[in-house]
Design a binder for this molecule. Structure first.
Ligand code: HEM
Length: 485
């Protein structure tokens, strides 16, 4: 028996090496990259500091190189022109995100939007989602945005009065939960009824899923282990069931209380989805589509946007001169009145601060990896079908040819931008929530700067290192704040 197992393992290793060799031969060794190990490829070298390791490889192997993520032959790119040739000019070949078991399980078997592998189905849902996230459809959510942010400013007051340092992590996550509950379920923050307990449980389950999804798993990338991971999720994972039931209850309640006028003036995103899905699907399919979409979008929006706001606290504290300049801009342009999304046209310093934050600490540092669905050649490089693509946003931001002295935090480089850098990616599968996210970032970060002076406790510089999970966020840190008079 032991002999059979040893022979099987040996045979697998030999086949794996042959497969890797043939793939490399196919692309004519044009792309350089680190030597892969059998089965794991380069995953061990990359470890949990992927942003730094992939950047180092760029320095060694150039703007485009190859690695193996387990069984996935992967091309890593930090050249913006090449990324655009892939994601815009050849969008159809590069459209799908990767097909790992975690993506499969947490997307209800490749349903919803981000991990849908059926391109025509994806397109239908994408159009519906983009329409539902438009400013006109989200009128009611936008009308509540300043009061939700007002609640954040009120909660921050206690720290200003006590003078005690605090962790911004909690406040950023709570702000995004509050905005999401308003967006998805028209629920006001800090409500004191039975339902608020259910919302809290839902938030906790979502947070747990964010943690689980953000933990790298070798079995996602090794074909032989993939069925085991999927079974493990199906047999042991409890949170998805709870989430599904919660959203279904909200869906049913929305349908029962729906009034004809909500067709034109929806209460929230869920109303719009119900109406729009009804134009394309029938019966129980509508409910299924809505449930899948809602969950995906909840996850896609919360950790990313909250993470960016958390980085903002850190950089405001570490760079008091820059903070003061942005504050003076807001004082002059906005004065005592409420900050509005339309003020973005007249606040170049605040916009540049947010863009530089997105460059130096992109919360989605490697994009969501894509998977090619055909052979294609770009810039003389042959890219076979089923190649994993990492458009390395972190690498672009730290590339000297685009951003001289990239380790320096310098928002003024975005005052006259000559580079089309985007943390939201490019082309038809780029982030569908980009405009909504930018409005949240503008209003929340702008309001924090307008209302409080953020500083580092004891004057000690806060570590700017980040940790990779589902999003790229800072390690725990504290700041102090003082109310602006
Ligand atoms: C700072 C905040 C955010 C960042 C940096 C971000 C970034 C990204 C990136 C890089 C992608 C992958 C694009 C690609 O594969 O090329 C993506 C996809 C996506 N994002 Fe965002 N995102 C943010 C906030 C949001 C928000 C607020 C929402 C929804 C309200 C959202 C919904 C989505 C969805 C649904 C997808 C999948 C799109 C598709 O597959 O068609 N994101 N996002």
């Amino acid at each position: 028996m032991i002999l059979v197992i040893v022979i099987l393992i040996f045979g697998y290793l030999v086949l794996d090496s042959i497969k890797k060799f043939i793939t490399l031969n196919k692309i004519s060794f044009k792309l350089k990259g680190p030597t892969p190990l059998p089965i794991v490829g380069n995953l061990i070298q990359i470890g949990d500091k992927g942003h730094k390791v992939l950047l180092k490889y760029h320095e060694k192997y150039g703007d485009v190189y190859r690695i193996w993520m387990g069984d996935y032959f992967t091309i890593v790119v930090r050249d913006i022109d090449m990324i655009k040739k892939m994601y815009i000019d050849n969008a159809y070949v590069f459209l799908n995100h990767s097909d790992t078991p975690s993506n499969q399980y947490f997307s209800h078997n490749f349903g919803g939007l981000p991990f849908n592998l059926d391109k025509s189905e994806w397109k239908k849902r994408r159009v519906i989602t983009a329409g539902a996230l438009s400013k006109v459809k989200l009128r009611n959510v936008y009308n509540s945005m300043n009061s939700i942010i007002g609640q954040l400013l009120e909660n921050l007051k206690q720290h200003s009065i006590s003078g005690e340092p605090f962790e911004p992590h909690y406040h950023s996550d709570k702000l995004l939960s509050d905005i999401n509950f308003k967006l998805f379920f028209n629920s006001d923050p800090d409500r004191n009824d039975v339902k608020s307990k259910e919302f809290q449980k839902f938030s906790d389950a979502v947070n747990q899923i964010v943690v689980d999804l953000g933990t790298g798993k070798l079995s996602d990338f090794v074909y032989m282990l993939q069925p085991l991971l999927l079974k493990y999720y199906q047999w042991t994972y409890k949170h998805m069931n709870f989430i599904d039931k919660f959203i279904e209850r909200e869906y049913n309640e929305h349908v029962e209380t729906f009034k004809p006028e909500y067709n034109e003036d929806p209460r929230d995103f869920l109303d719009t989805l119900i109406v729009k899905m009804g134009e394309h699907y029938e019966g129980d399919d509508i409910k299924k589509m809505v449930l899948e979409l809602l969950f995906n979008i909840f996850i896609a929006s919360i950790d990313t946007t909250a993470g960016t706001i958390e980085w903002a606290y850190l950089y405001l504290a570490n760079y008091p001169d820059i903070q003061e300049e942005v504050y003076q801009e807001l004082k002059t342009v906005i004065g005592d009145r409420e900050l509005l999304p339309s003020d973005r046209n007249s606040t170049p310093l605040l916009n540049a601060f947010i863009k530089e934050l997105n460059r130096i600490k992109p919360v989605v540092p490697f994009n969501i990896p894509r998977l090619t669905t055909d052979d294609v050649e770009i810039d003389g490089i042959f890219i076979p079908k089923n190649t994993h693509i990492i458009a390395n946003t972190y690498g672009v931001g730290y590339c000297e040819k685009y951003f001289p002295n990239p380790s320096e935090f310098n928002p003024s480089r975005f005052l006259n931008p000559h580079i089309n850098y985007s943390v939201f990616s490019y082309g038809p599968r780029g982030c569908v929530g980009q405009h909504f996210a930018m409005d949240i970032l503008f209003l929340s970060i702008g309001n924090i700067i307008k209302s409080y002076k953020v500083s580092k406790p004891n004057g000690t510089k806060i570590s700017e290192e980040g940790k990779l999970g589902l999003s790229f966020r800072p390690f725990d840190f504290t700041v102090s704040i003082e109310e602006r008079k």
